[in-house]
Design a protein around this ligand. Structure first.
Ligand SMILES: [Ca+2]
Length: 410
């Protein structure tokens, strides 16, 4: 099928014409330019690819004249797979939602959601409603009503950056009792996002509600997010269960309760091989909830490391913690002043984790890698194995595994 090439500049109306004329499987290519109209572009029930020729820096869907949405996808099927790639979504304001995915199964790749200046509570840049979406290599910056809302749907995020968003939580999700729905994040960064006080109950970066919504966070970094109230990085409420956080870093996030993570109302969360440093409001705070922490580092999170019934094992906890394998010692980070939380050769966290736990994960999932993508199957021969070993290998505590062969000054 020949692609429909849509010219730029002053002829933005051609985009809707191209969509209307397209059939399933077509690819609509956008020339560089700013597409701005007093309407919205809508794709109803067609499986299309909408892609820029030159990338998101100069191909912009501008919502400043739009009505309700800038680009709307609506599908009756839950298996259809449209793709949007290489676009920027900007300047949605008031009640405009720059991208809405309603039903269907969509992929959003190499897109930018930036400077959407809605009043808090009125216009999230990307909305997934009853469908599912995979966001890959996307960036969400300086939006003033959060970044993504997943409502009764599922979403995955891979290599996405969420930076300096304000308003409601940067990523908000709820399932309302539909157990197959999920949020997964891999290799994502949340930095400097701030939840505006008064807009809901918390979550500087991520807010999750309702039972049945599963959560998977792997190799993600949360730095300087601020919830004001609860859950500087993550807030989970209303019976959310079965989620996990692995190989992730939480630094200088702030909240009244749960500087990094807050759990309440019967939620659970399993945390492993993660590093929590300098969060204000404790690393983990929970109420009527149950989390587990293993193979992790919790240091200098004020006023204490955790509050509530947190089951901690094989972790380095400042002030100490009851539980098998826990230690309380300087973790010997490479350069904490410059946010380098890898482990020096002298670190007591090396070969001090529970490898049985890690091996059980590795047996059922792709091999868990550390935050930098290093294999966890690295044992430092010169360091005594103080943790639980499997086949002579011992996993480290924290988000970073020290490789068996470590070259250079590190
Ligand atoms: Ca090791």
């Amino acid at each position: 099928m020949d692609p429909d090439l849509v010219p730029a500049g002053g002829r933005g109306d051609r985009l809707q014409e191209a969509i209307d004329a397209a059939v399933g499987g077509d690819e609509i290519l956008l020339n560089p330019g700013t597409y701005r109209e007093n309407t919205y572009y809508h794709i109803d029930g067609k499986v299309l690819t909408v892609r820029s020729l030159t990338g998101p820096a100069d191909t912009i869907l501008d919502g400043s004249l739009s009505q309700d949405w800038t680009l709307l996808w609506s599908f009756g099927s839950t298996t259809a797979g449209p793709v949007v790639e290489g676009l920027s979504f900007k300047h949605g304001a008031h009640d405009v939602y720059p991208l809405k995915i309603y039903r269907g199964n969509s992929t959003v790749r190499n897109c930018v959601f930036e400077d959407n200046a809605s009043d808090p509570g009125s216009g999230v840049p990307a909305v997934v409603d009853r469908g599912s979406a995979a966001f890959i290599d996307c960036r969400f910056s300086r939006n003033t009503d959060g970044a993504v809302t997943v409502s009764r749907g599922s979403a995955s995020f891979e290599r996405c950056l969420f930076e300096d968003n304000t308003g409601r939580a940067t990523l908000t999700a709820s399932a309302i009792g539909t157990p197959s729905h999920s949020i997964s994040l891999t290799d994502c960064i949340f930095r400097g996002n701030v939840r505006t006080p008064g807009l809901g109950s918390g979550g500087g970066a991520i807010s999750l509600g309702h039972q049945g919504l599963s959560l998977q966070i792997d190799r993600c970094t949360f730095v300087e997010n601020d919830a004001g109230s609860r859950g500087g990085a993550i807030h989970r409420v209303w019976g959310g269960a079965g989620g996990w956080v692995r190989n992730s870093l939480f630094v200088r996030n702030t909240a009244t309760q749960g500087g990094a993570i807050a759990l309440e109302d019967g939620t659970t969360l399993d945390i492993s091989n993660s590093t929590f440093v300098d969060n204000t409001g404790r690393a983990i705070w929970q109420e009527n909830s149950q989390s587990t922490v293993t193979n992790s580092i919790l240091r200098n999170n004020g006023p204490s490391e955790v509050q509530g019934n947190v089951a901690i094992t094989y972790s380095n906890v400042m002030g100490g913690s009851a539980g098998t394998g826990n230690i309380d010692a300087d973790p010997m980070f490479v350069d904490a002043l410059n946010d380098d939380y890898r482990l020096l050769a002298s670190s007591p966290c090396i070969d001090a984790g529970d490898t049985g736990f890690w091996a059980a994960l590795a047996a059922t999932t792709p091999e868990p890698l550390d935050l930098l993508g290093f294999a966890r199957a690295g044992d430092v021969a010169a360091v005594p194995n103080t943790g639980f070993s499997v086949l002579g290998m011992t996993v480290d505590m924290g988000a970073y595994e020290r490789p068996a062969l470590c070259l250079g000054s590190w």
